[in-house]
Design a binder for this molecule. Structure first.
Ligand SMILES: [Zn+2]
Length: 104
C-alpha cells in the first residue's frame, strides 16, 4: 500500500439505523447513520411498511382529501350537459321567434 494516501480504516466501524439496529462493519468512517437497514427494510423483513422519508404519502392523502371535497361541490358532467342542452334549445326558440317576427 502506498504511504500517506489512504484514509484511516476502522475495523470496528458501526452503522447505526433509526430502527435501533447496529451493524458492525469495516469502514473509513467510524460511525454511519442510516434511515433504513436490512433489519427493518420491508424487502428483508417481508412485512409491508411504508417508508416515507419525504412526506410523499402524507401529500398524496392530502391531495385525495382535497379531490373529494371539490368533487362534492361540483355537480358533474351530466349536469353540465343538461344545462348546455337547455341553453341550446332556448337559443333556437329565440331564433325561431326572431324569424317569425321578421316575417310579419
Ligand atoms: Zn433499521
Amino acid at each position: 500500500m502506498k504511504k500517506d494516501i489512504h484514509p484511516k480504516y476502522h475495523e470496528d466501524a458501526q452503522i447505526v439505523c433509526v430502527c435501533g439496529a447496529i451493524h458492525k462493519i469495516g469502514s473509513t468512517q467510524k460511525e454511519i447513520h442510516v434511515e433504513i437497514c436490512s433489519a427493518c427494510h420491508p424487502f428483508y423483513t417481508g412485512k409491508e411498511k411504508l417508508v416515507d422519508t419525504a412526506g410523499r404519502v402524507d401529500r398524496f392523502k392530502k391531495q385525495q382529501e382535497l379531490q373529494k371535497k371539490t368533487s362534492a361541490v361540483r355537480k358533474g358532467k351530466a349536469d353540465k350537459k343538461k344545462r348546455a342542452a337547455v341553453r341550446k334549445t332556448e337559443k333556437e326558440k329565440a331564433k325561431i321567434k326572431a324569424e317569425i317576427e321578421s316575417n310579419k
